[in-house]
Design a protein around this ligand. Structure first.
Ligand code: SF4
Ligand code: SF4
Length: 691
């Protein structure tokens, strides 16, 4: 009776303490701004089952992924035995589930198999971290506490699982000796293997061992339960809701800032009258300075982070030695939140007054917005969301950005392009080519089927102007009904938005949309994946709804409809490798269109080590194209071109102006101009057609 009472008191105490801790975390998460992530329920459930329940993203790294799945499944299965232990503890019964007869042997065998698997997996994990020192577990942010936390959890799991096996082995011998209370309940196949070691012990010692194993396991589990809310292991609970509430928009689509929309509308449209927003009557802060400026989902992300470092190991900035580590961004958010909720009053946190005392400008501006971190994260965390909100605060509230970024803003404001070119020169790329202008067509009362959006890079970048030319040659050759905006086109605002200047972005977007709508544009073809993403995903927020097609998708469709065929064998002996642009691939999930086009060009296709969703960024996105790179070991474009060179390719194919610049610079840097060429897919098609 007394053991039962002690057990019930311990259990109640553990549950209450756990409830208290979870309530504090829940309140902390609710400090974040509101965001509605309750739509598309079916899609969310599917995602949760796929990513959280079936751990689909874990196996992208097979060894650690499979070991983790053993620990995860073991954790769930062994908890069924916990249920029996709990009921036995409350009622004083022994092995209550044994009423199931022969099924009990199967149950116990399964528990023991997974208990042993967990022990083996945890020992391998400990060895990987501490003996083999896998790099991602030893980055700067992995200070003593995060490393100890991981070790505490792994060692505890080894002890807890061992306790089950010792308990079962002792129980098995006691059953064989027909000791009172230990009735025969079936075979214990795995723990029986240690019976020879225990067989010589007295019955009293065995009863002690069996009881010790039982109490050690249950007390260990209750302590573990209450340790978890203080540890990165809280992800065992939060992974499921966190994946369920994943942002479902394309990864490259940035969230809107309605407060800026109101201001821009007031500036652009004198007849627009702003309505007082009672819900947000308090002072509006643009971007994020501290915890309350992030959304509750950003905060839940931080509590869900397992500190696995997969994101950091794929981050192009981190790989090339820069300070930015997406894992550290999430750990910093959690540290700040823990401090504000008074759960962590570590001395080092007291003097920090907001997130900028945790995350430096150097880290924020090293990000290429490539989304490799979000794709890699096994629990769908988005460190980029925090980075972009903090950039917005820096630019909009503090006017603080790298000098060259400010120059880029000024150029867009004055010239409608990120470089210092006159808007009047926007059509120079098309010299001596026949390129129809939309305004002329409109005056003739004609409505072309497609608008070719040339983009700032397509109009002004020396290398990419050639791509624009080759692309219109294809359009002309295939007699496509199209036109361009000519000098009326202005920058899409993409780079301004990624660099934090939401005001400038929305001004550009609304001005462009007004013109596109006036021309009744429906279908838009774009070579630049950044503008493709902006017009396709972000312009609808401001009334710009178009069918936006990337040029590789357009060419793929023409091939599918047998309107385009490339017979030339000029590339027949050439090895071509494709570099995935982040804003087309990870950002908009388009990996196949460029490959389908390449497959129809007689040539040899080869892939780089990192390709498709795991492709390495070229280093130009997120404003990097317009500023100096942060200090590191090497430039990102060099890392990427080295991968391309490793394949032995003759041609690096791209489908983005920024990637083109970076690959070209990389080839020059490596002095490989004689051996490897860089072409856009449009150029390869045009050359293949002999245009
Ligand atoms: S978006 Fe890319 S560069 Fe930025 S933190 Fe993530 S992985 Fe690193
Ligand atoms: S953000 Fe995701 S990938 Fe990065 S450390 Fe945390 S859990 Fe791992």
């Amino acid at each position: 009776m007394i053991p039962n009472i002690i057990f019930i008191i311990l259990l109640l105490f553990a549950i209450l303490f756990f409830y208290r801790n979870v309530s504090v975390i829940s309140r902390s998460i609710n400090l974040g701004k509101k965001v509605n992530l309750r739509d598309k329920k079916l899609k969310r459930w599917k995602l949760m089952f796929n990513v959280a329940v079936f751990q689909s993203k874990m196996v992208s790294r097979p060894i650690s992924g499979i070991l983790h799945i053993f620990v995860y499944v073991g954790f769930i299965i062994v908890n069924i035995e916990m249920l029996e232990i709990l009921i036995d503890g409350i009622y004083g019964s022994h092995r209550l589930f044994s009423f199931s007869g022969s099924i009990y042997t199967i149950l116990i065998s399964t528990f023991e198999f997974f208990a042993l698997s967990v022990i083996i997996a945890c020992i391998i994990f400990l060895a990987r971290r501490n003996l083999f020192k896998v790099k991602r577990f030893w980055n700067k942010e992995m200070t003593l506490w995060p490393r100890s936390d991981a070790a505490i959890i792994l060692i505890t799991e080894v002890f807890l699982m061992s306790a089950i096996l010792i308990m079962n082995a002792s129980d098995s011998i006691l059953q064989d000796r027909a000791v009172d209370h230990y009735v025969k309940v079936g075979a214990f196949p795995l723990s029986s293997l240690v019976i020879p070691l225990l067989d010589g012990l007295s019955t009293g010692t065995l009863i002690f061992l069996e009881r010790f194993g039982w109490w050690f396991h249950i007390i260990g589990v209750l302590m573990f339960l209450n340790y978890i809310p203080y540890s990165k292991h809280f992800h065992v609970f939060l992974a499921f809701p966190n994946v369920y509430y994943t942002r479902l928009e394309p990864k490259a689509q940035m969230t809107n800032m309605p407060s800026i929309t109101k201001e821009v509308k007031l500036m652009l449209d004198e007849s627009f009258e702003s309505q007082p927003d009672e819900e947000n009557a308090e002072e509006v802060i643009f971007g994020a300075k501290d915890i309350k400026d992030l959304t509750w989902k950003n905060l839940m992300d931080s509590y869900t982070c397992t500190e696995c470092g997969r994101c950091t190991s794929r981050c192009p900035a981190n790989i090339t030695g820069k300070k930015l580590s997406p894992r550290k961004i999430m750990m910093d958010v959690r540290d700040r939140l823990e401090f504000l909720s008074k759960r962590n009053t570590r001395k080092g946190l007291i003097n920090k007054k907001d997130l900028f005392d945790f995350i430096t400008q150097e880290e924020l501006w090293a990000c290429t917005t490539c989304n490799a971190c979000a794709i890699e994260c096994p629990v769908n965390i988005e460190p980029l969301a925090v980075i972009l909100e903090m950039r917005r605060y820096s630019v909009l509230e503090e006017s603080s950005a790298p000098a060259l970024i400010n120059t880029m803003f000024t150029n867009i404001e004055n010239n409608g392009a990120p470089w210092q070119f006159s808007p009047e020169d926007r059509m120079l790329w098309a010299e001596r080519l026949e390129v129809p202008i939309l305004a002329d067509k409109f005056n003739e009362d004609k409505k072309p089927e497609y608008l070719f959006w040339v983009s700032s890079a397509g109009a002004f970048d020396d290398r990419y102007k050639k791509v624009s030319r080759e692309f219109v040659k294809i359009l002309n050759h295939l007699k496509i009904d199209y036109a361009v905006l000519g000098t009326e086109e202005s920058d899409s605002g993409d780079v301004a938005r990624r660099a934090g200047n939401e005001m400038l972005f929305q001004m550009q977007a609304m001005t462009n949309i007004e013109m596109l709508n006036a021309y009744e544009v429906n279908k838009i073809i774009i070579c630049d994946p950044h503008d493709f993403n902006t017009l396709k995903n972000e312009y609808p927020e401001y009334g710009g709804n178009y069918e936006v097609i990337h040029h590789t998708q357009f060419l793929r469709d023409l091939i599918k409809e047998s309107k385009l065929k490339i017979d030339s064998d000029i590339f027949k002996e050439k090895k071509i490798t494709f570099h995935d642009p982040c804003y087309l691939g990870r950002g908009n999930d388009e990996y196949e269109a460029p490959r389908k086009v390449l497959n129809t060009i007689p040539s040899i296709q080869i892939e780089m080590k990192h390709n498709k969703e795991f492709a390495l960024c070229c280093g130009a996105g997120g404003g990097q194209m317009f500023k100096e790179a942060e200090e590191g070991d090497k430039e990102i474009f060099i890392e990427r071109i080295e991968e391309a060179i490793e394949t032995g390719a003759d041609i690096v194919a791209t489908a983005c102006p920024f990637c083109m610049t970076m690959m070209t610079d990389g080839i020059k840097y490596k002095n490989k101009e004689g051996e490897i060429k860089n072409y856009d897919i449009a150029e390869l098609v045009s050359l293949g057609l002999g245009l």
